[in-house]
Design a protein around this ligand. Structure first.
Ligand code: FEO
Length: 402
């Protein structure tokens, strides 16, 4: 047998239900934006019925040979259906190779997914069969049910449910970027952090739609959740509880301070404000932006009731690192209720106007900023004490401090 290092081969989940995806140990950035400290995987699944065989999702194009090799190792000569839960190329990017190798296969997906796949991969329209919400597809002794679930993570997304085995294949939903040899979650600490990072970066911007999709899933009994990234959940309650908490619950008594300092003034203000808030029982997360993992900042924003951006003035505006953090926070739409700005300037500044204009998506009340000239002095520390007092009062009024 010819050895091909880099693929452990297909793995059986239940009888005739196989993992056929690929583990990417080396990837460190997703969408040229999101840090992946633990790598990732592109999960694809094969289900054999007594009459038909279906593949659920494909893999990133860089790993198409792994997927095709796994199908070969299982002796798959004919594929009847390829289900596309999601059109993003990390799951659909091998569509052409799969449909070329298995020319009789039909691609099943939502109408919107079909349009994206035709646009992106130039797949002819007659290769597709679009499916309605709750439509079922019998495989012989096994039935797939398609559940439309827009915005987990794009507008075209759907979930696929294997009724008899009670396995949900939800695409990105409930996923995590982890490369691991464990098929199921076995290191729950690592998985929780990765799942929270994934939530913060991928799912949180669509929180209202995710609330609806979580409600929609309530009638389904789930024995296994098999997402398209990271290990599978054979104890799915914990990830559903975590998603429910992140999607529905109020933020915590938490202040997150993303900051940057050039000559020490802003840093000194951050130190002072951190101490003042700590003494008042507020949890503070600090991120020195030029040296921070932006994914860790995103995770902290999941729980933050207040965001305080710290920046010096650079050419009248905020430091670009602070502007970048504001743009990221605006994009991922955390459920923070309050925001403020602290920082310093030498001879003039427009940081408050510029930063405020960068966060229109945040539904926050602005607490008066503290912008000082030069190094902080007694009156500036008094102003920071007042800011800390205001934050605590706001948290109390919002019921975040018991
Ligand atoms: Fe893993 Fe939205 O793709």
């Amino acid at each position: 047998m010819k050895r091909k290092p880099g693929n452990a081969g297909p793995r059986e989940i239940k009888k005739d239900v196989y993992y056929v995806g690929a583990v990417d140990w080396d990837r460190r950035l997703f969408d040229s934006l999101i840090p992946l400290p633990d790598g990732t995987s592109y999960n694809a699944y094969l289900i054999k019925g007594s009459q038909k065989t279906a593949l659920i999702d494909t893999v990133d194009p860089a790993f198409k040979d792994v997927l095709l090799d796994n199908l070969d190792q299982l002796g798959i000569k004919k594929l009847d259906y390829v289900i596309f839960n999601h059109a993003e190329p990390d799951h659909s990017g091998s569509i052409r190779e799969v449909l070329e190798k298995y020319p009789e296969a039909k691609a099943f997906c939502t109408e919107k997914c079909k349009a994206i796949l035709m646009d992106r991969f130039m797949v002819p329209e007659d290769k597709f069969k679009t499916v309605a919400d709750k439509e079922t597809l019998p495989l012989g002794g096994r039935t797939l049910e398609f559940i439309h679930a827009p915005w987990v993570h794009w507008p075209e997304t759907m979930l696929t449910y294997l009724q008899e085995e009670k396995i949900l294949f939800p695409g990105d939903f409930f996923g995590s970027h982890i490369a691991t040899t464990d098929m199921f979650v076995r290191n729950s600490g690592q998985e929780f952090e990765a799942a929270k990072r994934y939530w913060a970066e991928i799912m949180m911007p669509f929180r209202p739609q995710i609330q609806k999709n979580l409600e929609k899933l309530k009638p389904y009994k789930l024995d296994i959740i098999a997402p398209s990234h990271g290990p599978l959940h054979d104890k799915p309650e914990y990830i559903i509880e975590a998603y429910t908490h992140w999607a529905f619950d109020e933020p915590g008594n938490v202040v997150v301070i993303p900051y940057v300092s050039m000559h020490g003034s802003t840093r000194r203000m951050v130190d002072y404000l951190t101490d003042a808030l700590t003494r008042k029982g507020v949890t503070v997360g600090r991120f020195d932006l030029p040296h921070s993992d932006i994914g860790k900042l995103a995770m902290a924003l999941v729980d933050a009731a207040t965001i305080v951006i710290g920046t010096p003035t650079v050419l009248t505006g905020p430091h670009p690192a602070a502007a970048y953090a504001a743009v990221v926070a605006n994009a991922i739409k955390p459920k923070a209720k309050f925001a403020s700005i602290i920082g310093s300037y030498g001879w003039g500044t427009k940081v408050v106007d510029t930063l405020s204009a960068l966060i229109p998506n945040l539904k926050v009340e602005i607490i008066p900023p503290v912008i000082i000239k030069g190094y902080p002095k007694e009156a500036d520390y008094d102003a920071l004490d007042k800011l800390a007092d205001s934050i605590v009062e706001k948290h109390k009024a919002a019921g975040l401090i018991k």
